[in-house]
Design a binder for this molecule. Structure first.
Ligand SMILES: [Zn+2]
Length: 370
């Protein structure tokens, strides 16, 4: 059976080859005007963008970029695009991402290019000397002051960033070491297949590993993937849930492995941190989750007592109370995201803070797709 939702996404994505090869034809002058300011569509696709930061881009093209971002997550896009200086949602000047064509021409692509051997930033004089780039020191310091320290540490740690991939004009998209997509040749049915392969079965590494520790079969995975897509509109949460399913959520274990943290201890209980620890075993998380469920049942006058699988991936069984189930799935998704981000920032998980965050963002009313 055709998945209509994915079919629409694939049809949108099929515009990428057309846009990349349209040259100066009239029909594409509007999108090209926007994309050129960001280094062109081919470059933009490789960046760590957030379409929310492109307020002027027509919705049609925004949706294409969003769908492409989903593909990147599904295929474990691993080109360290979070270190690229441009169109990076994490590097903003005046709440806007930057693109500096002059820097790009000189081969300045990522945070790593701005670092010395010891991991500190080049002085302005050193920067000028290295790149003979015509820029003023205000601009230089503006850029380095907006780079989150986490990215500088990651850049120091990482051996190299594949600058050539980012500067290349060919249309070969390197999703990961084993998978390159030729964007010139990709048709909507190819994009459709790419989605289907990743979203309709539990046979991939992440879900497989979850299935080893939880009781989830292929049929349930199919349902999980389906509900996840329909669950909410927020990109951040969607992205988190994809990463969660594929087990690429960062915990202290990974930060320790990359040398960003000095130990791998859970900041709540001191045991070894991991995805399983954070979401299943940690006594602090467990008690927090119970509080959230009690709060939910009181607030919505319900009697849900979810299994651990339902806490982690939502309730997928058919029920007459669809409205309340959608709310539950949405709130527990936000709960997992809350636990994750609080932990990364070394902050406690507190029910009151959680409830405030839920209410402040009008999460329930605006974001649940009923
Ligand atoms: Zn713990």
């Amino acid at each position: 059976m055709t998945d209509v939702d994915l079919m629409f996404k694939a049809l949108g994505l099929a515009w990428i080859p057309r846009l990349l090869n349209a040259g100066d034809k009239n029909w594409c002058s509007v999108p090209n005007y926007y994309f050129r300011k960001q280094g062109g569509l081919n470059f933009l696709l490789k960046c760590n963008y957030d379409t929310k930061l492109f307020p002027q881009l027509p919705a049609f093209y925004k949706n294409i970029l969003k769908s492409f971002q989903e593909l990147k997550i599904l295929y474990g896009y691993d080109q360290a695009s979070d270190l690229v200086l441009y169109n990076n949602k994490e590097i903003q000047v005046d709440q806007k991402t930057v693109y500096l064509s002059k820097w790009m021409e000189k081969g300045i692509v990522s945070v790593k290019d701005l670092l010395k051997e010891d991991g500190s930033y080049l002085s302005f004089r050193e920067f000028k000397g290295k790149f003979s780039c015509n820029t003023n020191f205000i601009q230089y310091f503006q850029i380095i002051s907006t780079i989150p320290n986490r990215l500088r540490l990651k850049a120091r740690q990482i051996e190299s960033v594949n600058n050539q991939f980012f500067t290349s004009n060919d249309h070969l998209f390197h999703f990961n070491r084993n998978f390159i997509l030729n964007l010139d040749k990709a048709k909507s049915r190819d994009f459709y297949k790419l989605f289907i392969d990743k979203t309709h079965n539990g046979g991939q590494t992440g879900p497989k590993r979850w299935s080893e520790i939880l009781s989830l079969n292929d049929e349930q995975w199919a349902k999980i993937f389906k509900t996840t897509r329909k669950l909410c509109k927020e990109t951040k949460l969607k992205e988190f849930q994809f990463k969660f399913i594929h087990r690429i959520v960062v915990t202290k274990r990974e930060l320790f492995k990359y040398g960003i943290k000095t130990d791998d201890e859970c900041c709540f209980c001191g045991e070894n941190d991991s995805i399983d620890h954070t979401f299943i075993h940690c006594s602090f998380t467990k008690s927090f989750i119970q509080k959230v469920i009690r709060w939910f049942n009181t607030t919505y006058n319900s009697h849900i007592s979810p299994t651990i699988e339902e806490i982690l991936f939502g309730i997928t069984s058919n029920s007459n109370e669809k409205g309340i189930i959608n709310k539950f799935n949405y709130i527990t998704l936000f709960m997992r995201y809350f636990i994750h981000s609080r932990k990364l920032n070394n902050k406690p998980i507190d029910l009151l803070d959680f409830v405030n965050a839920v209410q402040q963002r009008h999460l329930i009313e605006n974001n649940v797709n009923n």
